[in-house]
Design a protein around this ligand. Structure first.
Ligand code: FEO
Length: 396
């Protein structure tokens, strides 16, 4: 897609409608985009980020269509290949261009693409590049989500090019956010899967970004924000320590025994005014679990015992939760077993990155009986008390 987003500033990136997975792991129900931007000054021309190598042809087509006489600077905000992978081809087309990046990104770019040393200009915090009437300013925003990530601020136009930061995975003809609920869903999924493990760093980088008071946020995935306060406000909520009065219940059930326990727990929690979110994780888009992990206060995993531990589908969820590092405070386990196992110990071991307080599990031999449902009621009550006592949980 080629589109002028402001006089002399063009979107020259590519939409990837068909991409189903990122990193062959993260489901992309709405595809994605690799956003790349041309900024023309009175004297110089800059290209901000490139595109995934598989979309290089589209980027080059857009650049040729613009009939650019030159590109002086290729700004590389982030060395990951979905933004840097087309740099060698752009350099072939514009051999006098310099790659502007920081000292942490350079070795990665050299490693990935063998870019010659003399092609680089290294910048540090608040360094600027003058394009003639337009100034690019560089701000280091490490760990959103790699150590070398930075953002580029176009000072006079107040446009912030954030690369992966404040982005979303969505392919759409609407370059700018119009439907905020659609943007919220895509942005939350993106935050959950990519940024949440770095919550503390995101929080500090977010302050830097907010202080710039941009009037437009142009990331390198997904839509452009003309109302920066919307996307910044969402991130402020997600990175805060506050949680929602919610219990996420990822579950697997083989013979409906665990399912019955889940149904009763959901009912009991709702009865106490707590949001219960059961998600059957078998064959589900795992991103749905990640999205719920952003704000939930409690995680109750529900699984039958299989081969002396939790079901492998639940082990995958536990692995995911452990690496995504959500801010949840409480956890428990419910499920049915035939002859026992060590699933509680195993689960606690799988979640060791999280600072969770484990509430007594409810493990049931065979089909749940009336006394087992009473134990579920007690678990719901225990969770209710924990939530009531926790000042970080919004009671609403
Ligand atoms: Fe969109 Fe970290 O690359």
């Amino acid at each position: 897609m080629l589109k002028e987003i402001k006089k002399g500033i063009y979107f020259v990136g590519a939409l990837d409608w068909d991409r189903k997975l990122f990193d062959e792991l993260i489901p992309l129900p709405d595809g994605t985009s690799y956003n790349s931007y041309i900024v023309k000054g009175e004297n110089k021309v800059a290209l901000i980020d490139t595109v995934d190598p598989r979309k290089t042809g589209e980027l080059l087509y857009n650049l040729k269509k613009l009939k650019l006489e030159k590109i002086d600077y290729i700004i590389s905000n982030h060395a990951e290949m979905d933004h840097s992978g087309s740099i060698p081809n752009v350099l072939k087309l514009f051999p006098n261009a310099k790659v502007v990046t920081n000292k942490k990104a350079k070795p990665l770019l050299v490693e990935f693409m063998n870019i010659p040393d003399d092609k680089f200009i290294l910048v540090e915090e608040n360094d600027t590049v003058n394009l003639g009437g337009r100034t690019l300013k560089f701000i280091m925003t490490p760990w959103v989500h790699w150590p070398e990530t930075m953002v580029t601020y176009l000072v006079e136009d107040k446009i912030l090019f954030t690369c992966d930061f404040l982005a979303s995975h969505i392919a759409t003809n609407e370059l700018f956010v119009k439907d905020k609920s659609k943007s919220l869903e895509a942005s939350k999924r993106y935050y959950a899967e990519i940024m949440m493990p770095f919550r503390a760093m995101v929080k500090s980088d977010l302050k830097k970004v907010k202080n710039l008071e941009p009037s437009m946020i142009a990331p390198s995935h997904g839509q452009i924000h003309l109302d920066p306060s919307f996307i910044i406000g969402l991130h402020e909520k997600w990175v805060s320590d506050e949680m929602e009065n919610t219990v996420l219940i990822p579950y697997v059930s083989m013979y409906e025994s665990t399912q019955k326990l889940v149904n009763r727990l959901v009912y009991e929690l709702q009865d106490k005014g707590i949001n219960a979110v059961p998600i059957n994780v078998v064959g589900v888009d795992i991103g749905k679990v990640a999205i719920e992990l952003v704000d939930t206060a409690t995680i109750v995993m529900a699984s039958p015992t299989v081969l002396s531990s939790v079901h492998p589908a639940m082990a995958y969820v536990a692995y995911l939760a452990n690496v995504l590092k959500p801010k949840a405070h409480f956890a428990s386990l419910i499920g049915s077993y035939g002859w026992g196992g060590r699933e509680v110990d195993n689960l606690i071991g799988m979640l060791k990155n999280l600072k969770l307080e484990f509430i007594n599990p409810v493990l049931v031999k065979g089909t749940p009986k009336e006394e087992d449902f009473k134990r579920i009621s007690k678990l719901a009550n225990d969770i209710f008390k924990k939530h009531m006592d926790c000042e970080l949980i919004e009671k609403g």
